[in-house]
Write a protein that binds this ligand. Structure first.
Ligand code: GLC
Length: 542
């Protein structure tokens, strides 16, 4: 029997919250668009590209930190949480950006960096001024070990020990990242109050929520016990990983802090928190909080971390789905400013399959700027390295500059990103791989993203429908997305060989809605679906 096409009912769609049905797009502000020719992106630049984001069809943008900062870690070292760094603009420019974003029915998430401040933050300057400073306990200060060395074996994520000696006051302070990023002491109620007020400051101004930086790091062991060795450590890995973070991350008290943040966000309508948490999925689930009163979305980084293999990814999707508590909404991330780009990790041929996977899985997708035009990691000559991680731990491929290069807008000067000299080198492919050219090419990766987003927005089955995995052969992943009577089949070929998928068992009439090659729309299908190398398809079943 052939059913009528069920068109998404607005009322039904509207019963889901924007961060459940929507798509998040991450902007790394230094590299998105430069309006003043200093080679560094800024808020006015972002504002000038809202037409593009609206055309692309994303629902929310998350902007990496834009607050005043000495930029030791490019904004993740905040020296004032309630202002805008002059490199990026002013509070007035931020207000103008937010108004324009909202006028387009797009949401805006800021990056909240609660674990550490900059060492230039007035709180830290005061804290380190004297052992008797009123803010001494706002940070984590310890006496030296009996031998005069650091209090314990804790390591910093960006290389070296996590304890920095302060000559003047004769104690060490703890920093999970750079020494320019001292960790706040969230066990101190004054710190809690001050940091929660930062959330209110921006919520009052109308931001729609926050991406919370290294959420799992917020509490540390009160006994300062040594971290144990990591038996899985292998040479070539970041030296930080020689130890497990048993006493420095994912302590139970973190959940209390997350609940406080959630409480503040709940004081306002329709706002949300996304947590940056690098933990195994089993642990990730805790960050939804007791009965879902934690982070609305704890970032799920599996598509970034797993090898790009059909079997492993299919198993990971099923496992994640199975682990989710009933109140938890899933999410998927394909790229960010810290990890190798998808077109490099999976290879350019798989970029379309990856896009289709991200945009057809159940759960909020987060895209990283530039992935929609297939941008790749850009090799950075040693004399142009900017990232402190690469400078501290060179040569292991840990540096993040390659994934932070300027957005490629056009084949013109500075890739259309700047009229000056870009702060990081441009990708060598910018003359052919850029928004202007790809937008006009109906078969480009950008056209594919555009079409996938359009489809996801118009199909309830894709945005909020049920997910049901199907058995599939070698190199393939297959699943159904269903809403009411609407049934969509997704089949993705992760390999470079042609593959077949049997649809006769699904006992339905099948017709192709979209191929990653953008050339098979409305094709009627027989008993077998033929997939070319690196092809993904969305099929409607009736
Ligand atoms: C997060 C950010 C990363 C930053 C670090 C320290 O992992 O994504 O860019 O360097 O936290 O704030």
């Amino acid at each position: 029997m052939i059913n009528e096409v069920v068109v998404p009912k607005n009322a039904e769609f509207a019963s889901f919250r924007w961060w459940e049905r929507g798509i998040i797009y991450q902007i790394y502000p230094r590299s998105f668009m430069d309006s003043n020719g200093d080679g560094i992106g800024d808020l006015s630049g972002i504002r000038s590209k809202l037409d593009y984001l609206q055309w692309l069809g994303v629902d929310a943008i998350w902007i990496s930190p834009i607050y005043p900062s000495p930029m030791a870690d490019f904004g993740y070292d905040v020296s004032n949480y309630t202002d805008i760094d002059p490199i990026f603009g002013t509070l007035a420019e931020f207000a103008a950006l937010l108004a324009d974003v909202h006028a387009r029915d797009i949401k805006l998430l800021l990056d909240y960096v609660p674990n550490h401040t900059s060492d230039h933050h007035p709180w830290f300057v005061e804290s380190r001024s004297s052992r008797r400073s009123a803010k001494r306990d706002w940070y984590i200060w310890r006496d030296p070990a009996p031998d005069g060395g650091p209090p314990n074996n804790w390591r910093a994520n960006f290389g070296g020990g996590a304890w920095e000696w302060d000559e003047r006051t004769g104690q060490y302070y703890y920093h999970a990242f750079l020494k320019e990023q001292p960790d706040l002491n969230w066990r101190n109620p004054e710190v809690q109050r001050a940091m929660l007020d930062v959330l209110r400051f921006w919520l009052e101004r109308g931001v729609d929520g926050f991406r919370v930086d290294v959420m799992h790091h917020l509490a540390k062991d009160t006994e300062f016990r040594d971290n144990p060795a990591n038996a899985d450590f292998k040479p070539g890995m970041s030296p930080y990983r020689e130890l497990l973070a048993t006493y420095t991350a994912d302590l139970p008290e973190v959940q209390e802090i997350v609940a406080m943040m959630r409480g503040v966000v709940e004081e306002y309508d329709d706002r949300m928190l996304v947590g940056e948490i690098y933990l195994p999925v089993e642990r990730l689930m805790a960050y939804y909080g007791a009965s879902g009163k934690g982070a609305h979305l704890p970032f799920n980084f599996q598509l970034i971390r797993l090898p790009w293999k059909a079997e492993e990814i299919a198993a990971a999707v099923e496992r994640y789905e199975a682990l989710l508590p009933s109140y938890a909404w899933p999410n998927w991330v394909l790229g960010n400013h810290d990890k190798s780009r998808i077109a490099t990790r999976a290879g350019p041929a798989q970029a379309g399959v990856a896009a289709m996977l991200l945009l057809t899985l159940r759960g909020t997708p987060t895209m990283y700027y530039g992935d929609e035009i297939g941008m790749r990691d850009v090799p950075i000559p040693i004399d142009r390295v900017q990232d402190p991680f690469e400078k501290n731990v060179p040569g292991l491929g840990l540096g993040r500059d390659p994934v932070r290069t300027p957005m490629q807008w056009s084949a013109g000067h500075g890739a259309g990103f700047t009229r000056g000299v870009p702060w990081l080198p441009l990708g060598v492919d910018y003359a052919t791989n850029n928004v202007a050219l790809l937008k006009d090419n109906p078969k480009s990766i950008l056209s594919l993203y555009h079409r996938l987003i359009e489809l996801r927005r118009s199909e309830l089955a894709l945005s909020v429908g049920e997910y049901a995995p199907l058995p599939a052969g070698e190199d393939l992943i297959a699943y159904m997305r269903n809403a009411g009577e609407r049934r969509l089949l997704i089949v993705l070929n992760f390999g470079s060989q042609e593959r077949r998928f049997n649809i006769s068992e699904l006992e339905a009439q099948a017709s192709l809605l979209l191929s990653t090659y953008l050339d098979r729309e409305h094709e009627k299908l027989g008993a077998e679906l033929e997939l070319r190398s690196d092809e993904g398809v969305i099929v409607e079943l009736r």
